[in-house]
Design a protein around this ligand. Structure first.
Ligand code: FMN
Length: 335
């Protein structure tokens, strides 16, 4: 006899919501009880939002799957409502689509009247409890809440979650859709130690050449080693030279190579944002850019994989305060 796992891994939880969302987009949403209308049999019950069902999708009460449609305008799946009704003698799930936090509270209040009780399962809470992340209501503000984190806790990183984050990174846009990014994923402590070692040697050599004092060099190299080793994963981002179009002239060759670098940078940012959305922390380090040959040799990488940067990932061991940015009007001109 086999047993089901007691708790689902984070990727499975993410997939639960994704699968449910597939149902939502696969069918028509019928609104048969508009916002402000009264319940046909219990006229004292007024629908606080549009209410209806997903046509053709079955539910536990034998009819179609019920859904509330909120004021956010989109049909994004934001939460579930689990209900119990002592009058009807049933329990059901209902979907909350396009529901702002205020909409969710209104629905929750409406579903906790008379013989009914309900609990809300917000989609964000399923990604990583307690963290301010997930599909945000205010995406720009959420983007600004990401910070580089350089200290990590020793909480292990689920390998499935790491794969999930990398899948997010690999969804980035790229020139000619050539997908030039290559990820060297140092998930074992041994690989991270190896990486920290080779980068440390190169870093030390550069600082010596700069004429820096021996003690300062020792401290800086040691800090860099510790950072890499304390992360739960270190991902070397490479640009694959083979994923570039070939041109006979230098200007276009240069542009092509820059486009590959830009594509890798986008994948790196996607990786940082995917980590942020999952309640993880990360930072981009430039060290491999200064030691490409050493990194290639350490991991026996193909010659064409050009190291561009390093993203450290893990659960945060510090919480940096929000950081000022240049005023928009200093970096943008509106014509
Ligand atoms: C291309 C690039 C290279 C970076 N290199 C390093 C680095 O070598 N060491 C480091 O501590 N942070 C590095 N960072 C992180 C930046 O210092 C950080 O993004 C910046 O100070 C803004 O802070 P925030 O990310 O917390 O908003 C790098 C970031 C980018 C985009």
């Amino acid at each position: 006899m086999s047993f089901l796992p007691l708790s689902l891994s984070v990727p499975s939880q993410l997939e639960f919501w994704e699968y449910l969302e597939r149902l939502v987009v696969s069918c028509r949403l019928v609104i048969d009880r508009p916002r402000g209308s009264a319940h046909p049999r219990f006229p004292q019950f007024i629908y606080p939002l549009d209410y209806g069902y997903l046509e053709g999708i079955g539910s536990t009460d034998g009819s179609e799957l019920d859904a509330w449609l909120g004021s956010a305008g989109a049909r994004s799946l934001d939460a579930l409502l689990l209900t119990v009704d002592l009058f009807k003698q049933d329990a059901e799930i209902k979907l909350l689509l396009g529901c702002t936090p205020a909409d969710q509270q209104a629905v929750l209040h409406a579903a906790n009247q008379g013989p009914m009780r309900a609990v809300l399962v917000p989609r964000t809470a399923q990604i990583a409890p307690g963290a301010a992340h997930g599909p945000p209501q205010d995406f720009s503000r959420w983007l600004c809440s990401r910070r580089s984190v350089r200290r990590f806790s020793d909480r292990p990183l689920d390998p499935g979650l790491l794969r999930h984050l990398l899948e997010g990174a690999a969804c980035s846009p790229s020139a000619h859709h050539r997908q030039p990014w290559r990820f060297v994923v140092c998930s074992s402590p041994e690989a991270r130690t190896r990486l920290a070692q080779v980068l440390g040697v190169e870093f030390e050599r550069d600082l010596l050449a700069d004429g820096m004092a021996a003690e300062v060099i020792r401290q800086r190299v040691e800090r860099s080693r510790r950072r890499i080793q304390s992360a739960q994963a270190a991902v070397v981002l490479c640009a694959d030279r083979r994923a570039q179009d070939v041109y006979p002239d230098e200007p276009r060759r240069l542009a092509e190579s820059m486009m590959a670098v830009q594509g890798v940078a986008m994948a790196g940012e996607n990786l940082l944002l995917a980590a942020h959305a999952a309640g993880l922390a990360g930072v981009w380090l430039c060290a491999p850019l200064f030691a490409p040959r050493a990194v290639q040799a350490a991991f026996n990488l193909p010659e064409e994989w050009q190291p561009q940067g390093l993203v450290l990932l893990g659960y945060p061991g510090e919480t940096p305060a929000p950081r000022e940015r240049l005023p928009l009007d200093q970096v943008a001109c509106f014509l």
